[in-house]
Write a protein that binds this ligand. Structure first.
Ligand SMILES: NC(=O)c1ccc[n+]([C@@H]2O[C@H](COP(=O)([O-])OP(=O)(O)OC[C@H]3O[C@@H](n4cnc5c(N)ncnc54)[C@H](OP(=O)(O)O)[C@@H]3O)[C@@H](O)[C@H]2O)c1
Length: 335
């Protein structure tokens, strides 16, 4: 079997914010699959903020993308042809060869997913890596207790919106920040947070956070860094836990910005600031999947997505993450 695949390649490395010019759509003939491989037609793919870091040629926790090579990322698709035991044409699989419509993958990198349990795209959001990130980051690193105040930055995004809902389920007072009034209204009305702050329209973020958290902050789930981390340090209670998940505020910067300015608060308040990577917790995926599938089925957790259609629009979807164009998980529909 042979198909013509369309792939998005990294054409050049961005300096400062990435742009459409850094990407290129390339067609390529795929023959196969060979022994141990699957030919998969992708149905959905994910774009994620961490991909900006992989566009730099710099040593990090994950290898850089190669110039002139297809980008990678989470995707779900349907097996078109299998040369691997245990996989049949028609199986739905999650894997890491996104940014293309057809992919030849090693079967060892594919996990079957159950379309009967949840819509396929949920395996890239609430039931996928963003959901697991929220789950381990909040419950294991943030360790909220009922009655605690939990502050979540980028609260309307893929990870943040799940963190807000899990914290609410835990019996916490939940305060979230986001970059528009539409998002803060959505956080209050759909996600059920107790207060939401539009960080873009607030002159004094520290004052806004202090007023939204009259009893201080016990847990901060940081997706943003920068001023929001400064404000959380100022509002933190003694012994508060900070789960450092991501710092999207600095992903486009060519050198890390100075700060946080008031890190001494961590000493006098005896704070725990703990970073984490979801990749250290992948062995929890099966247990998480059962738990989260049940929460979604019972309507306790809502899974939301912003959908962009077509592979050629995937670079725009990725760029949109840095302009706040998504509510919930940013996804590309390849069907
Ligand atoms: N540690 C880990 O293992 C791990 C795993 C997954 C994700 N992460 C991190 O978790 C964070 C959220 O990821 P996600 O996939 O859920 O993305 P997301 O929140 O769905 O999308 C990114 C959001 O960030 C906000 N944003 C963009 N630029 C910003 C800026 N300069 N200042 C403040 N907010 C900004 C935008 O919303 P607004 O409209 O609110 O600005 C945007 O919608 C990211 O930092 C990501 O790198 C970490």
């Amino acid at each position: 079997m042979s198909v013509t695949a369309r792939e998005i390649h990294l054409k050049s490395r961005p300096v400062g914010p990435a742009s459409e010019e850094n990407f290129e759509l390339v067609e390529r003939r795929l023959d196969g699959p060979r022994e141990g491989q699957l030919l998969v037609r992708n149905l959905w793919m994910s774009v994620d903020p961490y991909m900006r870091g992989r566009m730099r040629d710099r040593k990090s926790y994950i290898a850089p993308f190669g110039l002139g090579e297809p980008l990678e990322g989470s995707a779900v698709g349907v097996v078109e042809a299998s040369a691997a035991p245990g996989f049949e044409p028609g199986d739905r699989v999650a894997h890491f060869a996104g940014w293309r419509d057809y992919a030849l993958i090693d079967a060892t990198g594919a996990v079957k997913v159950d379309e009967g349990a949840a819509p396929l795209e949920t395996y890239l959001g609430a039931l996928g890596v963003p959901g697991l990130t929220a789950y381990v980051g909040l419950l294991r690193i943030g360790r909220p207790e009922p009655g605690n105040t939990v502050f979540v930055s980028a609260g309307s995004g893929a990870v943040g919106s799940i963190v807000c809902q899990l914290a609410r389920e835990k019996g916490c007072r939940v305060v979230a920040s986001a970059g528009s009034d539409i998002k803060t209204a959505w956080l209050r009305d759909e996600i059920g947070v107790d207060a939401a702050i539009n960080y873009r329209s607030t002159d004094d973020l520290q004052a806004a956070l202090a007023s939204a958290c009259p009893d201080g902050i016990d847990v901060y789930f940081d997706n943003v860094g920068g001023e929001q981390l400064d404000a959380a340090l100022a509002a933190a209670n003694d012994f508060a836990r900070f789960a450092l998940c991501g710092m999207i505020d600095q992903y486009n910067a060519d050198a890390p910005p100075p700060g946080p300015r008031n890190i001494f608060q961590a000493a006098i308040k005896r704070l725990t600031l703990q970073g984490f990577l979801v990749t250290d917790h992948m062995s929890s995926m099966p247990e998480f999947a059962v738990d989260m599938t049940r929460r979604i089925a019972e309507g306790r957790i809502k899974s939301h997505a912003t959908v962009v259609r077509g592979l050629d629009r995937a670079p725009g979807a990725f760029l949109g993450l840095f302009k706040g164009e998504n509510i919930g998980k940013m996804l590309v529909d390849l069907r």
